[in-house]
Design a protein around this ligand. Structure first.
Ligand code: ADP
Ligand code: MG
Length: 425
């Protein structure tokens, strides 16, 4: 996996863990730097976590929880409309290593991504830990306890190659890595359904994020070289093979995080519910073309509904394209999805539109779209593998010229979901 980064003022706490020693050296040079480098492999992350545990707590790693991030190939804003999504677990990871705790009645967690240590009383917190990031961990520990899985004292170190808040689901990775770590430490095994439910509860009930189930489901159930088709109504899933090694996936961050995002998300949900009510449907899952016409007096609702209907259809068309190896169709579906998100669902923004357009114009690119809730975040690009390096560099260079800000670009592969290990690292 490669990460292409053009860096300005990268947050201090991240440079070591994201970029290793190469970044530390180049970081001293002040402003825009263009670099191509390798992100830490899973093994490197595990090693880093072990070293940090020794350094921070003076103990040897005994247990480990590992969880990948994810990117949604297609199916945007369909989840809360009881539709379908097609995410992929990707080879950027959060790794938690731990040893028996040295402070009585206490769980200590050091996040290398933040350079911050949090403390949780073994008896449990009140779900309002002062460090918000710790609420994900606290939520999982508390929910496991409610299921009868009791943690003992532990010292934990978390390291990650996932950008936080970048739309690649570092939050679900943190929660699922915690779940697996607890199981390793307590020698108990829960089902995937239980782990997903606990992680969703941690995010909703403790971190206070009204998330769906997609992130936790694919982070737990991802499979190497496969995407995960998830029916958000029935919570049924199946694995769909990806296109193979001749096609690569790029994930490029626009560098934009929009303050309107959460308000707009709530507004879109409201519009979708209103459209369903007006049509007498229990959800927009059941939309047919006649329904769209019936919303003629409500042009905004008509556009929102049209996105949901066409996006659900694109998810199924993508599954067919992947199964038949039709890379051109897969690329075209991505680009159509972007148009629909931009024009009908109105959740894109100028920077993301520009990044998508730059990617689409590049030699060897089959298609591109925004991925995630919108108003910033990441773009996903399908590109022929033999030109992926050149394409990534060209897109990042042009986007940096446009945006005047750093770009993070990853080539990602579909990998297996979260797991645990008893270990000596
Ligand atoms: P995303 O899941 O797309 O990365 P979110 O906003 O949902 O973005 O989640 C990011 C939050 O998850 C962070 O702000 C932090 O609270 C928490 N988080 C994720 N990974 C870590 C980590 N390695 N260490 C500490 N906190 C983390
Ligand atoms: Mg998240």
């Amino acid at each position: 996996m490669y990460a292409y980064r053009e860096m300005v003022d990268w947050p201090a706490g991240r440079k070591h863990w994201l970029s290793g020693s190469a970044t530390s050296a180049t970081f001293k040079e002040k402003h825009v730097l263009k670099m191509i480098e390798t992100t830490p492999s899973l093994n490197e992350l595990i090693e880093q976590a072990g070293e940090l545990l020794r350094l921070q707590f003076g103990t040897e790693p005994t247990w480990m929880g590992i969880a990948p991030g994810r990117v949604n190939l297609i199916g945007e804003h369909t989840d809360y409309n009881q539709g379908w999504v097609l995410p992929i677990a990707i080879d950027l990871y959060t790794v938690l290593v731990a040893a028996p705790g040295t402070v009585p009645n206490t769980i200590r967690v050091f996040s290398a991504s933040l350079g911050e240590q949090a403390i949780l009383p073994l008896a449990g917190g009140d779900g309002r830990h002062p460090l918000i990031w710790m609420r994900y961990v606290e939520g999982v520990i508390t929910e496991y306890r409610n299921l009868g899985v009791m943690c003992k004292e532990m010292d934990i170190v978390a390291v990650s190659s996932l950008p936080m808040g970048g739309g690649l689901s570092s939050s679900a990775a943190l929660a699922l890595a915690t779940a697996h770590l607890i199981e390793a430490a307590t020698a108990q095994t829960m089902t995937s359904e239980e782990r997903i439910a606990v992680s969703v509860s941690a995010e909703r009930g403790y971190a206070g994020v009204p998330c769906g189930i997609m992130d936790q489901t694919v982070v737990e159930l991802g499979r190497a070289e496969h995407a995960l088709l998830l029916d958000c109504q029935d919570e049924i899933f199946s694995h769909v093979p990806c296109l193979g090694s001749h096609i690569s996936m790029l994930v490029i961050h626009s560098g934009v995080t929009h303050s309107l995002a959460s308000g707009a998300y709530a507004a879109r949900r409201g519009e979708c519910e209103l459209a369903a009510t007006k049509l007498g449907l229990s959800s927009l899952r059941f939309l047919e073309p006649d329904h769209i016409n019936a919303l003629g007096d409500h042009p905004v609702l008509m556009k929102r509904a049209r996105h949901v209907m066409t996006e659900n259809r694109r998810v199924h068309a993508m599954v067919t394209a992947l199964r038949s190896g039709d890379k051109h169709c897969a690329g075209a579906l991505l680009s159509e999805s972007h148009e629909s998100l931009r024009d009908d669902f109105a959740v894109s923004c100028d920077s993301v539109d520009r990044l998508v357009a730059l990617a689409q114009a590049e030699e060897g690119v089959l298609g591109a779209r925004m991925t995630g809730g919108g108003f910033g975040g990441c773009v996903i690009v399908l590109v022929r593998s033999e030109v992926v390096d050149a394409a990534a560099k060209a897109i990042c260079r042009r986007y940096t010229e446009y945006a005047g800000k750093p770009t993070q670009c990853f080539t990602v592969d579909a990998v297996a979901g979260a797991r645990k290990m008893n270990t000596s690292v």
